[in-house]
Ligand binder design. Structure first.
Ligand code: NAG
Ligand code: NAG
Ligand code: NAG
Ligand code: NAG
Ligand code: NAG
Ligand code: NAG
Length: 395
């Protein structure tokens, strides 16, 4: 559950919560099978691929993508502004964002500052709103990520990207408005230098951090939000106030995908870099046993859960809860996902089998925007837009 979401519960969502409290897990189902290749009512379409040329100056890299997606991005940004205005009706918040955040962009490290300016310029969206969209996105991501190894030592990495929590429930057709509006801006990106792929990612157009990516033949990486009550977001407020010694989570994942040289290098950097907010990093490598979930606070690594084939740990899985704690009873995607992986067995592991797991409710839910399947070999990536027709868990 995205942390801030609870503070923003709309009446409609409260109703749903009340229903769920009295009838736990009414939306669960038997583990799905044979859902791959994707088709039918839970499949909403494929996503386009864009090349991001790292040889261009940062302010020009996103021009092509923005030319195609600016209208859809505007819709999303407008929706977020409408929500802000619902909670702060004076309109002041949006005003502040447009006018004041701009100065903060200058404090972001290169090349991110320049890329954000370029996106604002080519989309026609005020820079402050582009920056907020990037921040917002890091904070409201609820997800399920899996790294798993088959009997031959081949590694797979997959995730459902769930986003849009509590940001407007559309009673007309039982869906999250923002989740729906985000689907048209999902893109696969192929970051190239000298016309050669450096890494690939699945992104929302306009977001320059990374939440899912693969560096071909080296590692795969996903990031999930970790809500921590113990001052989890203090770092973000401090950043606004001028103390900037931590790194944005999505900038760290981007830097690692772009410049880390091995699984171990990536793992060390994810474990040691000071962050602005807590996070889970899910990392897969190329060799047997290379897979882990890193649980981070802002300043420390709280836990690293590694694959351990000898001991029978052939997968690691993260939703949005520390593995040593039970998940929120209202939001238990972990147990169903583990149950289905256990049923699959290592013998039968494959990308289609993982797609089955990620297609089983409530692992698949109303917030699920897309499913990404990755293999480190050759940087193979597949992304599918998702839909969760009723009856379906709202998250
Ligand atoms: C902004 O966009 C215009 C055209 O849309 C372009 O001529 C200009 O170079 C851009 N500025 C920057 C800083 O990228
Ligand atoms: C849901 O309803 C809105 C209007 O309230 C409509 O624009 C949208 O297309 C509908 N979405 C789906 C998936 O039916
Ligand atoms: C990349 O390929 C294009 C044609 O596909 C070529 O015009 C360009 O010079 C190449 N760039 C580099 C850096 O090799
Ligand atoms: C990666 O390293 C190159 C070369 O040092 C640098 O130009 C680039 O900005 C780095 N990328 C990121 C995202 O920091
Ligand atoms: C899945 O299997 C693991 C390892 O045998 C076990 O620890 C775990 O409790 C199982 N989980 C479920 C939900 O079946
Ligand atoms: C799983 O693998 C076993 C042996 O490798 C095979 O007998 C069985 O049919 C497979 N099950 C599924 C559901 O594919």
């Amino acid at each position: 559950m995205a942390g801030w979401g609870w503070a923003l519960l709309s009446p409609a969502a409260l109703l749903v919560v009340a229903e769920l409290v009295w009838a736990p897990d009414p939306y669960g189902e038997e583990c799905r099978t044979k859902t791959y290749p994707p088709s039918g009512p839970t499949f909403k379409g494929n996503v386009p691929t864009y090349v991001i040329n790292l040889d261009l100056p940062p302010s020009k890299r996103w021009d092509n993508l923005m030319r195609d997606k600016k209208t859809e991005l505007k819709t999303v940004v407008q929706n977020i502004k409408d929500i802000a205005n619902t909670f702060f009706p004076s309109g002041k918040v949006v005003d502040i964002v447009d006018k004041k955040i701009v100065h903060l962009t200058a404090t972001l490290p290169y090349p991110f500052n320049e890329e954000l300016k370029g996106i604002a310029n080519s989309s026609g969206i005020p820079l402050g709103e582009i920056v907020i969209f990037n921040i917002f996105y890091e904070i409201f991501t609820v997800c399920t990520s899996i790294v798993a190894e088959d009997k031959t030592g081949k590694l797979y990495h997959a995730r459902n990207l769930d986003f849009g929590l509590f940001l407007g429930w559309d009673v007309k057709n039982n869906s999250w408005t923002l989740t729906r509006e985000l689907k048209p801006i999902v893109v696969n990106l192929d970051f190239q230098r000298n016309n050669k792929t450096v890494f690939k990612s699945t992104n929302f157009a306009g977001y320059i951090g990374m939440v899912s990516g693969v560096k071909p033949d080296l590692f795969t990486l996903t990031m999930n939000e970790r809500f921590s009550l113990d001052g989890g977001y203090v770092g973000i407020f401090e950043w606004f106030l001028g103390r900037r010694d931590g790194m944005w989570m999505g900038f760290l994942t981007r830097t690692i995908l772009e410049n880390a040289t091995s699984y171990q290098d990536a793992k060390d950097k994810l474990a040691k870099t000071r962050l602005l907010a807590p996070a889970y990093f899910i990392l897969g490598g190329k060799n047997s046993g290379e897979g882990c979930v890193i649980t981070r606070s802002r300043t420390a690594t709280l836990d690293i859960w590694d694959l351990d084939i000898q001991k029978g740990t052939w997968y690691v899985l993260e939703t949005n809860y520390d593995r040593w704690k039970p998940p929120l009873i209202l939001d238990n995607r972990r147990t169903p996902a583990m149950k289905c992986l256990n049923q699959t067995m290592q013998e039968n592991l494959s990308l289609p089998a993982i797609y089955d797991v990620l297609s089983t409710k409530p692992v698949l839910n109303k917030l699920t925007v897309c499913t990404t399947l990755m293999e480190v070999d050759n940087g193979h990536t597949e992304t599918y837009l998702r839909e969760c027709p009723d009856p379906c868990s709202p998250w």
